[in-house]
Design a protein around this ligand. Sequence first.
Ligand SMILES: Cc1cc2nc3c(=O)[nH]c(=O)nc-3n(C[C@H](O)[C@H](O)[C@H](O)COP(=O)(O)OP(=O)(O)OC[C@H]3O[C@@H](n4cnc5c(N)ncnc54)[C@H](O)[C@@H]3O)c2cc1C
Length: 379
Amino acid sequence: MRVLVLGAGFGGLELTTRLSEEFGDGVEIVLIDQRDAFVFGFSKLDVMFGRALPASVRHPYRDLVKPGVRFVQATVRSIDPLVKRVETDAGAFGCDILVVALGADLDPAATPGLAEAGHDFYSVDGAFAARDVLQSFDGGRVIIGVLSTPFKCPPAPSETALMLHDQLVKRGLRERSEISLVMNFGRPIPPSPEASELLEGAFAERGIAWHPRREVCELDPSTRTAKLRDGGEMQFDLFLAVPVHRAPAVVLESTMAVDGWIPVNPLTLETTFDGVYAVGDVAAVGTPRAGVFAEGQAAVAAEHIAARIKGETSDAEYGGRGVCYLEMGDGQIALVDVTFFGDKRVGQLVGPSEAYVQDKIEFGSSRIKRWFGSEWKAT
Ligand SMILES: Cc1cc2nc3c(=O)[nH]c(=O)nc-3n(C[C@H](O)[C@H](O)[C@H](O)COP(=O)(O)OP(=O)(O)OC[C@H]3O[C@@H](n4cnc5c(N)ncnc54)[C@H](O)[C@@H]3O)c2cc1C
C-alpha cells in the first residue's frame, strides 16, 4: 500500500504525520515537495520586519524522520488522477492513494508593472528580500495591495500594515510616511465583524488609510502610479504586493481543476477521482485559504485514508473551523476563532492581549515538534 502526498506544506505535513503515527512502517508514504525546507506563513512577516533571521525560520525536510515516510525533493510535472500516477523531475511515482496538497501559487506576472515597481511579500523569497527593502526605505507613500481574491491568510495584509506602522515609528519615519491598505473585501476579516471593527479602529488610530472593495490591477513604474480596477489611481514610493493567486500550473494542466481549483467533497476532502484527495489552499473547500484550515482538512482526509487502508469506512466530517492569530502591532495579539462552512460564517474575537504572544509561539513549536520531531521557538 503506497500513499503519495504531493506538497509538504501545512496540509501535507499534517496528513503525513497522522498516517505515520497510525501505521508506522506498515504503509509506505512518499512525500514530494520542490523545496528543501518548510517555512510558516507568519514567519515570512517575522523575517520581513526583522524579528527573525531567515535561517531561523527554515525547517529542512532532511530533518523529517518518520516511520514509513520517505521525503523526495522534486518538482511535480504532471498528475494523472485516473491511474494515480505522477511525473516528477526525480522520476515517475504510482500509488494506491493520492493526496494533492500543493497549495496556491503566486503569479506576479499577472499584474503589469509589478516585477519592475513592486515587491511581493507573500513568497518565501519575496518576504526575505522585502526585509532589505524595508531597511533601506527612507519614508514616503506605501501601498499594501492585495491583487486578487481569494488569497492566503486574509488577516496577513492587515497585520502587515500594523507591523509596518510600528517599524516606521521605531525608525522615526512615520511622520513623513503614508500607509494605505487596498483590498477587495468589504471589511478586513469578513466572517468576523468584531475582528474587523478592531482592525478598522487600529487603522484609524494609526492613520492607516483603509481602501475596502478596491483592487490594484497595474503599476506604472515610470510614474510610480497604481491603477485600480475602478479607474482610480494612487501614487506610491513603495508597493508591497500580495500577488495574484492561482493553483499550481501542474494542477491547472491536469484534469483535476475546475474553475481554477480542485473540487472536493467538503466533508471528506475526496475529489471526484476514486482514491484521490485534495486538501489545503489548492482545494475548493469553501473555507478561507490558511494553514489552520489546511491542517484541519488534512486531519479529516487522514481519517478517511486510514479507514480505506484498513478496509473500513470513516464518518469523520470536516467542519471548517480554524483559530487564527492576529498581530495587532505594539506587541499585542488577538485570536479569531473562525467557522466558515456552507452558510455558517462566524468569527469570534478574543483579545488582543500580550498573553497570546506565548500562545502563538507554542502554536508554531508544537507543529514543528509533531511534524519534524525537533525543538523550535518562533520569535
Ligand atoms: C505572509 C503570510 C502569513 C500567513 N500567516 C498565517 C497564519 O498566521 N496562520 C495560518 O493558518 N496561515 C497563515 N498563512 C497561510 C498559510 O501559509 C497557507 O494557507 C498554508 O501554508 C496552506 O497550506 P497548504 O498545505 O495548502 O499549502 P502550502 O503550505 O503552501 O504547501 C504547498 C507545498 O506544495 C509545494 N509545491 C507546489 N507546487 C509544487 C510542484 N509542482 N512540485 C512540488 N512541490 C510543489 C510547495 O513548495 C509547498 O511546500 C500565511 C501566509 C502568508 C503568505
